[in-house]
Each structure stands twice: as structure tokens, then as C-alpha cells.
Design a protein. Structure first.
Length: 64
């Protein structure tokens, strides 16, 4: 499960978004690429603000 949750890391998601924007540009759907990047960036900003506002600590991994 830890490997699966690592897919939600900032680095991995950034690479996926940039790859997708490049693919949109390559497929001649260029106007959608900045929209995709802006949408993902604004979503990350909203999530950061909500996490700071609620202030809940993330659970830790329990070693068995």
C-alpha cells in the first residue's frame, strides 16, 4: 500500500501533468494544455489552503 500511495506524491503528479500537457500540445490541442496546468495548480493551492485551515495531523504508519 505504501507503494500505491507514493503515486500521489507531488513529484509524480507534477510529471504526469507536464507529460499530459506536452501530449496535448503534440496532438494539436494546445489551448487545453495551459488550462490543464492551471487547473491542477489551482487544485493544489486549494488543497494546501484547506489543509492549513483544518490543521489536522496526518496519521502515521503503524509498525507491526
Amino acid at each position: 500500500m505504501l507503494d500505491l500511495t507514493a503515486l500521489g506524491d507531488v513529484t509524480t503528479l507534477t510529471l504526469v501533468v507536464l507529460f499530459s500537457a506536452g501530449l496535448l500540445t503534440t496532438l494539436k490541442r494546445g489551448p487545453l494544455a495551459p488550462f490543464l496546468v492551471a487547473q491542477c495548480a489551482s487544485g493544489a493551492l486549494v488543497m494546501s489552503l484547506l489543509k492549513a485551515w483544518f490543521g489536522w495531523a496526518r496519521p502515521t504508519v503503524v509498525e507491526h
